[in-house]
Design a protein around this ligand. Structure first.
Ligand code: ZN
Length: 319
């Protein structure tokens, strides 16, 4: 499977959306599209997504009238793009208001309930809301910033500055390290009980993704990576990362928790994982994540039962 095919299988990515990058430059045309009956609004409040008031855990994709009725306004918005003859907008609801819990749900919960195309839209809306929330003021001079290009740039309002701020995406590596028939897993103290995952970390300035991979694995586990293969990538909007997924091979197996970022790390083969999942003492990352996909591709290569099937059999909870 090539990288395009691998990436297509990752949740929170979809080719269905036309992001309308040129349309963002035509503010007059975009201003007409947002007034059209084909406009759909995704309300984001404190990074939670508005859900259908009719019940059920479904995102609310509201037309203009319904958004106005429910939220009292239809701006500020961010243009997300067009899909199936509809234009989608993230509606940034006032974060100065106290947090409402009624009528909103988290992306992790909703993404597991909807198809790839919708999960991508929700993820994109959340990432843009998170960026706007953090860039109200110019990082260079501290003045107010104003929104332009359909919500895809904020420009410093100070005439002597005028700095343009674009949405940030922070690259991070995530890697399944294997040696012989075993793979390397780690867990952080703050994760749900018995949750294990692959090794991950941010790429630092002046560093390649592959250097970050070797460094992070060594820092977190003491294991030396001797080769690595790129797998696929996934946007991870918590709040704005791009996960670059790899499979790698280790040159040694002794584990040392050098930076104490992990509370535990271990080597497990497929039989160990199967046995521990049945006992409820090994919980995989949720299937919406690229970490699950990295583990799944390794696990299913030599297992009579797929990892997804094993999750069903052992009734593994997602969160
Ligand atoms: Zn400025």
């Amino acid at each position: 499977m090539d990288h395009l095919q691998q990436s297509r299988l990752n949740l929170l990515t979809s080719y269905a959306l036309d992001r309308g990058t040129l349309l963002r430059l035509d503010e007059e045309h975009l201003g007409q599209r947002v007034l059209s009956e084909n406009a759909r609004f995704i309300g984001v409040h404190h990074l939670q997504i508005a859900i259908d008031e009719a019940g059920g855990l479904r995102p609310a994709l509201l037309n203009r009238n319904d958004a106005q009725r429910r939220f009292g306004r239809c701006e500020p918005w961010v243009y997300l793009g067009a899909q199936n003859n509809e234009d989608f907008f993230a509606l940034l609801l006032d974060n100065n208001q106290p947090r409402q819990t009624q009528g909103f749900a988290g992306l992790r919960t909703l993404a597991a309930q909807v198809d790839h195309a919708q999960a991508t839209l929700l993820s994109y809306a959340r990432a843009m809301a998170a960026w706007h929330q953090r860039h109200l003021y110019c990082g260079r001079c501290g003045s107010d910033t104003a929104v332009h290009q359909g919500g895809h740039v904020r420009i410093c309002a100070h005439t002597d500055c005028g700095e343009m701020h674009y949405p940030r995406t922070d690259p991070a590596i995530i890697v399944l390290v294997e040696q012989d028939d075993r793979a390397l897993f780690g867990r952080k103290r703050e994760w749900p009980v018995h949750r294990y995952s692959t090794i991950a970390g941010f790429v630092e300035p002046g560093e390649s993704a592959e250097q970050a991979l070797v460094r992070e694995v060594a820092e977190e586990t003491g294991v030396e990576v001797v080769s690595a293969q790129y797998h696929s990538s996934q946007p991870w909007p918590f709040p704005g990362s791009l996960m670059l997924g790899y499979h790698a091979v280790a040159g040694n197996s002794e584990i040392t928790l050098n930076d104490r970022e992990l509370e535990h790390a271990c080597w497990l083969n497929r039989d160990d994982i199967t046995e521990q999942m049945h006992k409820g003492i090994f919980v995989t990352p949720p299937p919406i994540s690229i970490s699950f996909r990295l583990i799944e591709d390794w696990f299913d290569r030599h297992s009579p039962t797929s990892l997804r099937k094993l999750r069903e059999i052992t009734a593994t909870a997602d969160f």
